[in-house]
Design a protein around this ligand. Structure first.
Ligand code: ZN
Length: 189
């Protein structure tokens, strides 16, 4: 598997304007059943700005990937999640949509679950008791998924096709027009 890395020194930080403090690191990697992707991470040592993302280097249609998590072994399945990807765990009533500060990453199913768990914890910090209770129930169910005691589907939808679940068992299809229109960060918005 070939990997190419590069470093782009940019003269001035586009956020704070400081000189010689902004760097963009990139890495090109080849993903089985998908093709070449580029991971980027930008950071500024002056204003502490940080952003990471991943994108497909090939032209890809808007896509929906679905993977059934049934065992601890499934936690190791690789996942490419771009900043434009939406994550859904329908059996748990969980949807994580891309926001303005959305980041992209290459991880695995376990890494996705960790991020979902952290997002739920953050969301219930300052809400009323009934909503906090509902969030805690979701976290409890999520903990059962980690140990293979609860089967859920992981759905990853990306209007730009930059995201994927790297496993032969994952179902892949193009997004319907209706799904595309409903996604935050999609081309229609
Ligand atoms: Zn800066």
């Amino acid at each position: 598997m070939r990997k190419r890395e590069f470093l782009l020194p940019i003269d001035r930080c586009p956020i704070c304007g400081a000189k010689g403090t902004f760097r963009v690191r990139g890495r090109v990697d080849n993903i089985p059943y998908f093709g070449e992707i580029m991971e980027t991470s930008a950071s500024c040592t002056s204003c502490k700005f940080k952003h990471a993302d991943v994108m497909s280097l090939g032209e890809r249609p808007p896509a929906r990937h679905e993977f059934q998590i049934t065992s601890e072994e499934d936690l190791k399945v690789r996942v490419v999640k771009s900043s434009t990807g939406t994550i859904k765990l329908p059996e748990l009533g969980v949807t994580v949509e891309p926001g303005p500060a959305s980041q992209g990453y290459v991880s695995n199913v376990e890494g996705v679950l960790d991020r979902v768990k952290a997002a739920i914890k953050l969301a219930i910090e300052k809400v009323d008791a009934p909503r906090r209770r509902r969030g805690e129930v979701k976290i409890k169910k999520l903990d059962e998924v980690y140990v293979g005691k609860r089967r859920v589907r992981l759905i990853l939808m990306d209007p730009f096709g930059h995201s994927t679940i790297v496993d032969k068992r994952a179902k892949k299809r193009e997004l319907t027009k209706r799904e595309l229109a409903s996604l935050r960060g999609g081309p229609s918005r």
